[in-house]
Design a protein around this ligand. Structure first.
Ligand code: ACO
Length: 329
């Protein structure tokens, strides 16, 4: 009995915001953004698109590729830090959009590693509940919690969604060779959306302070990110009984090219084995890894049997990694 990835797909909104567009909005430059982050452009949701809309489109594509109908799903999990609402869950809205009902539905909030967390939570739920098919989506509209007048943060983020269908069956070898998840709440204040939750409910004062938008201590985040990514990757590799050399691909959370580079160097992995697409999408938080995997799959870079390390960190702080045997043809 094992769980495999049956299909993968992604969706990003059409609207592109380039670094040159940002030069018209805040005191920044294309050169600064490219050299400090590796980002050239990012996709932004249209005014009438929310996280559930991006997630639904990615989910429809993944279902089509799996040749499944939404009614065959047993579980819907959406990893997101930017849900449509606190309640109902984005997962329930995606279920409604897909025209189905009855499945277990919930959102997974673990910031950028949300998709890595959600894969494990979905696996556990599938085993506990004897489920056959699950939809796991990483989806974000970070543009909605970004202060577009703050050059320290607004150059970093983008919107998008990536979806997988997990299948559990008796004739399947498990695709998950190992996983590791971690967190450290003592670092919570380094990256936070301070307002509009139960701590500071929406009020004129909250809006005046712009506390509905994310705030970040970039340099500190950077330092902990590299440590968290490295530790997660090493533990996941050890648990899988593998060395870095045994990997075909590393797919890191796309937060900053310098974080990816520093992690790669510390793990001693050659550049050509690390997938990078931050230049075209920016940081899409929980969506970044499934978008990358979907792109790699479409480009024929992932082959059945490839050993792939996913590794991420984010607000909380949370971090995590998993080693997969790729199962999608
Ligand atoms: N354009 C021009 N200058 C800028 C910009 C900008 N967009 N942003 C900041 N600066 C300035 C700063 O004001 C500062 O100026 P000062 O020295 O006069 O004060 C200078 O550039 C250097 O600032 P640093 O913060 O030291 O720049 P750094 O090299 O650390 O890069 C960055 C900043 C890109 C934010 C980096 O720290 C980083 O990537 N941190 C991690 C961020 C991250 O990954 N966050 C996502 C976490 S995932 C999640 O959960 C959502």
């Amino acid at each position: 009995m094992g769980i495999r990835i049956r299909s993968i797909a992604h969706y990003v909104p059409d609207r592109i915001l380039t670094n040159h567009d940002l030069e018209q909005m805040v005191d920044t430059s294309d050169e600064w953004i490219r050299t400090r982050t590796g980002i050239r452009e990012r996709h932004l949701a249209a005014p009438d698109q929310a996280t559930s809309d991006l997630a639904t489109e990615a989910a429809r594509r993944a279902l089509e590729r799996a040749n499944l109908s939404a009614d065959e799903l047993d579980l819907i999990v959406i990893a997101t830090a930017t849900p449509d609402h606190f309640f109902p869950s984005t997962a329930c809205l995606v279920q409604r959009n897909l025209g189905t009902r009855g499945q277990a539905c919930f959102d997974m909030e673990a910031a950028c590693p949300g998709f890595v967390y959600a894969l494990q939570v979905a696996r556990g739920t599938m085993m506990a509940m004897d489920y056959r098919y699950s939809l796991v989506v990483g989806a974000e509209t970070l543009s909605r919690v970004t202060d577009w007048t703050d050059r320290n943060t607004c150059v970093l983020f983008g919107d998008g969604a990536g979806a997988v269908i997990l299948e559990r069956s008796s004739d399947t070898e498990d695709a998950f060779l190992s996983a590791f998840l971690g967190g450290d709440g003592s670092l919570a204040d380094l990256l936070v959306q301070p307002g509009c939750g139960s701590r500071n409910p929406a009020s004129p004062e909250v809006l005046e302070r712009k506390d509905q938008f994310l705030k970040m201590k970039g340099r500190d985040v950077f330092k902990h990110a590299v440590l968290g990514m490295q530790e997660s990757a090493l533990i996941a590799l050890e648990k899988a009984g593998l060395r870095a050399d045994d990997l075909d691909w590393v797919v890191p959370h796309q937060a900053n090219i310098r974080i990816i580079e520093a992690t790669r160097e510390r793990l001693g992995i050659p550049k050509e084995k690390v997938y990078v697409n931050i230049d075209r999408y920016g940081n899409t938080s929980a969506a970044s890894i499934p978008i990358a995997l979907s792109e790699m799959s479409s480009r024929g870079l992932l082959q059945k049997g490839h050993r792939v390390l996913l590794v991420a960190f984010g607000a909380g702080f949370t971090w995590g990694a998993t080693v997969l045997r790729w199962t999608v043809s």
